[in-house]
Ligand binder design. Structure first.
Ligand SMILES: C[S@@+](CC[C@H](N)C(=O)[O-])C[C@H]1O[C@@H](n2cnc3c(N)ncnc32)[C@H](O)[C@@H]1O
Ligand SMILES: [Zn+2]
Ligand SMILES: [Zn+2]
Ligand SMILES: [Zn+2]
Length: 500
């Protein structure tokens, strides 16, 4: 057994009553191109006392099975999981049946493939190749362009150093009355928490239901807006912005499968999964598997028909600021749907500026706007403290400016918005001041933070309504499920009524 690991099993073992120490017996046996392989002799119990008294016990051992390979560059053990009975993970083992070995991908040595598959792998491996080669990559496309920045600079009375400088007690004192006045014109935000039957089973199984409750509500909103179930022969492609592992997409697909009737159960036609980060434990394979499982009991449907209906999934590791959606639409996985294709944006917890980049990204696409491929967007927004004044839509800046809120005020509002979601340490009371620079109590800070957040969201609403969208804002879950509980729903004006 490799060093430092134990088999996950329930074992019937004989344990002496006295103290037991364990030492591992390790031998370095092989040296390969990819590193040193640690010999896998079993760790053995070194009983320090030869006392005859022993008793039988059931010992539960549930330590993860760790690969025994030592990575030479890092001089540490590989962190991957190995199968029970094997010494190494898939990457570091050789296949005894085919005598094949794993080789490092020449594109990027951090991943490996079976040697026999290398040529085929190189044709499709994108790792290490910068996005600049991709047709859908256009650097800074969705950032404000020169002309917009010039207008913005001309309109602001504040020097850029004043905008970015530290926010002081005077700033808070100066802007709080303005924020209160602007906020007082808004009607209370409605609370609309939906559910979706397709997630009931999963909800029942989970210890922590918070993410599932949010997903169910967002999916319920999609359904209520007529964005979940395609009308006629429309092919729905969901674009998940800031997708992380793409969990929301997976459950959107399950919900679409839930509504599907007919000889073959279609989920969504496809997914475009967008995130700038590398995500572990991605769920797109499971999403496709869900589709096949839903159709497993359709023996009359031919395998190639099932394959043709399986959802097309594209993952794009890209910053939304650089994403050209028009080229995504032209990719074979999407183009195959022809004129039937309709795009729907979704997101759960799209941080600050990423929400505004997404709105710009959609509006910068002729295919989405002019060719009317875009049907709607349901976004749970988050992190207003990570917004950027420059990246806000021009209409949003106009909304703020006409209410006396300039770039400096925006910086102050971002700071305040963080107070609404920072949570409280245990034992903190409403009236605690904690020597805060604003001179406000905890409760007052939370309240003004929520008002600042609402103003930022209303500026987005105004900008979108001015650009031809119907816009809704609502609380989609309670605050105890997520402090970031505001959802933005947009649809092109005249997109039809809500589904029953
Ligand atoms: C708060 S996480 C939410 C992840 C996931 N949607 C969920 O609910 O678990 C925000 C995600 O958005 C991604 N993100 C933030 N800004 C982005 C940007 N400008 N372009 C692409 N992805 C971005 C982050 O990498 C991260 O995965
Ligand atoms: Zn390994
Ligand atoms: Zn590769
Ligand atoms: Zn966030």
């Amino acid at each position: 057994m490799p060093v430092g690991t134990t088999e996950a099993k329930t074992a019937e073992v004989v344990v002496p009553v006295q103290t037991v120490t364990v030492s591992s017996d390790v031998t370095v046996s092989v040296s390969s191109e990819m590193g040193t392989v640690v010999g896998a002799s079993a760790a053995k119990a070194n009983h320090t006392s030869g006392a005859p008294s022993v008793k039988r016990q059931k010992v539960e051992q549930s330590v993860r099975l760790q690969c025994g390979f030592i990575i030479p560059r890092k001089q540490r053990q590989c962190g991957m999981t190995r199968r029970a009975g094997q010494d190494f993970c898939a990457v570091h083992s050789t296949n005894p049946e085919t005598a094949q070995k794993r080789v490092a991908c020449p594109q990027d040595g951090r991943h490996s493939v079976w040697e026999k598959d290398l040529q085929r792998h190189l044709l499709k491996c994108r790792v290490g190749i910068p996005n600049t080669y991709e047709v859908w990559y256009k650097e800074n496309l969705n950032l404000p362009q020169e002309s917009e920045r010039a207008v913005c600079a001309a309109n602001t009375s504040v020097a850029s150093s004043a905008v970015t400088g530290d926010i002081t007690a005077e700033d808070f004192a100066m802007w709080i009355p303005v924020i209160e006045t602007v906020f007082s014109a808004f009607a209370p935000l409605p609370f609309i928490q939906h559910n979706h039957a397709s997630l009931s089973l999963r909800l029942g199984e989970l210890g922590n239901q918070k993410h599932a409750i949010q997903q169910a509500s967002l999916i319920g909103h999609l359904h209520a807006e007529g964005l979940l179930v395609p009308k006629g022969d429309a092919a729905h492609i969901f674009m998940e912005f800031g997708c992380g592992r793409a969990e929301l997409s997976r459950y959107v697909n399950q919900a679409a499968l839930h509504h599907s009737v007919g000889p073959i159960r279609d989920g969504a036609s496809g997914f475009v999964l967008i995130d700038r980060a590398s995500n572990r434990n991605k769920l797109e394979q499971k999403l496709v598997k869900d589709y096949y499982e839903a159709n497993a009991k359709c023996p009359l449907v031919q395998a190639d028909t099932k394959k043709a209906h399986a959802p097309s999934v594209l993952r794009m590791k890209v910053d939304i600021k650089d994403l050209l959606l028009d080229e995504v639409v032209k990719m074979p996985e999407m183009a195959k749907f022809g004129d039937r294709v309709r795009f729907i944006g979704i997101s759960k917890h799209l941080c600050g500026a990423a929400t505004d980049l997404t709105l710009r990204c959609i509006q910068n696409s002729l295919e989405m706007v002019k060719n009317m491929r875009f049907k709607g967007l349901v976004v749970a927004m988050c992190c207003r403290h990570c917004c950027a004044y420059d990246i806000m839509l021009p209409g949003a800046k106009q909304f703020l400016t006409t209410r006396g809120l300039d770039a400096r005020a925006f910086a102050v509002m971002m700071k305040m918005a963080s107070w609404a979601v920072s949570g409280r340490r245990p034992g903190m009371a409403d009236e605690d001041l904690n020597g805060h620079i604003s001179g406000l109590t905890v409760k007052e800070r939370e309240e003004i933070g929520l008002k600042a957040r609402r103003i930022i969201d209303e500026s987005r609403r105004f900008a979108l309504e001015s650009s031809g969208f119907d816009v809704k804002l609502c609380h989609y879950v309670e605050r105890d499920i997520s402090l970031e509980n505001v959802c933005l729903i947009i649809k092109p004006k005249g997109e039809g009524s809500e589904s029953p």
